[in-house]
Write a protein that binds this ligand. Structure first.
Ligand code: VTB
Length: 329
């Protein structure tokens, strides 16, 4: 094996430059009310830096179809073309609306895993999700009633259900779920977007978040699985069809909407790398900050094989940051 394919190389250390670039590019658009422009800037910056990473990468999870957003395309080749052969999942901005409005918890994310190991959701954009941190790993079941999951999570954490805090995307489709969680007495942190960050918070003790529940994007599910695999947490998913037509199409294409997607289904390797950089301030990461002659970023990077979680605070020279991100205002 040539040295650069050896498992001792921590690609996450290189990936952080990719998410930093995307965050710096997107950060300029905070509160400017234009989520498409923010996304475009993040996508361009991400592509530029991804192409400098020594790897033979293929985008498997490109995110963007659902929202008709600018995107890195599924099947797009990135990297220098040298080994190792990797699958890539990207979400240049998880939380484009929060960026456009200057709301919390928008992040730029990328994950890598060996070729062929990432779940390919095809055109199916939604899945049920339940995610927890390391303490509650293997206590969850996406098919079980919410009360069963919450009781098990509370028990293993030595708490009451009312001491739990659950992240749920603020969507009309979650009305019943929200009502149930309220009846059970747990606290809810409703988020406008950004369920990758929501899932990661469960594995981040300072966040105070115990679980993520509800239906969110499939790309975000795979990204969260890559990160949680490395951080020792767990996510389970199940594809969600919006209508009969989608269900029929899925079946024709060989997708099983009843199948529980375990961590191994979502990413079938421990050799996974994940990086995220904050765009706007949140529980997990600080957002991009501008000084007179520098830009500051805050990132987290994780590697599955060793489980090392690193936080990286960086100062970038303003000229360099501007070269990455000159918004077309
Ligand atoms: C979530 C969220 C994303 O998509 O996965 C969500 O994390 C699910 O879809 O930031 P809807 O928005 O259609 O409910 C995003 O909001 C991105 O679109």
């Amino acid at each position: 094996m040539p040295l650069d394919t050896s498992p001792t190389r921590n690609l996450a250390l290189e990936l952080v430059r990719v998410t930093e670039a995307a965050a710096i590019a997107a950060g300029r658009f905070m509160g400017r009310g234009d989520k498409i422009a923010a996304d475009q800037a993040a996508v361009d910056a991400m592509r530029m830096v991804l192409n400098t990473v020594e790897m033979d990468g293929i985008i498997v999870i490109g995110e963007g179809e659902k929202d008709e957003a600018p995107m890195l395309y599924n099947g797009e080749k990135v990297g220098t073309g040298e080994p190792p052969e990797m699958d890539i999942a990207v979400d240049p901005i998880d939380g484009t609306r929060p960026v456009a409005k200057g709301l919390p918890n928008a992040i730029a994310t990328v994950a890598l895993a060996p070729r062929g190991t990432m779940f390919n959701p095809g055109p199916f954009v939604y899945m049920y999700k339940i995610a927890v941190g390391p303490e509650a790993r293997s206590m969850i079941d996406v098919n079980a009633p919410v009360e069963v999951n919450l009781r098990r999570i509370a028990k293993v954490k030595g708490k009451e259900v009312r001491d739990l805090t659950v992240v749920i995307l603020d969507r009309p489709r979650h009305e019943k779920l929200i009502a149930k969680v309220r009846r059970l007495g747990a606290r809810i942190r409703m988020i406008p977007d950004g369920d990758v960050a929501g899932a990661l918070m469960t594995a981040w003790p300072e966040s105070g978040i115990d679980a993520l529940l509800g239906i969110g994007g499939t790309p975000e599910g795979v990204l969260a699985a890559c990160a949680l695999r490395a951080m020792g947490g767990e996510i389970q998913g199940k594809l969600y069809a919006r209508n009969e037509e989608e269900l029929r199409r899925g079946r024709e294409m060989g997708y099983d909407f009843d199948k529980v997607l375990t961590m191994d289904d979502l990413v079938a390797s421990d050799d996974v790398f994940f990086a995220a950089t904050g765009i706007t301030d949140g529980e997990l990461l600080r957002g991009v900050k501008y000084g007179g002659d520098y830009v500051r970023t805050h990132s987290l990077i994780v590697r599955g094989r060793t489980g090392t979680v690193r936080e990286i605070f960086a100062r970038h020279r303003i000229e360099k940051a501007n070269a990455i991100a000159e918004p077309q205002i």
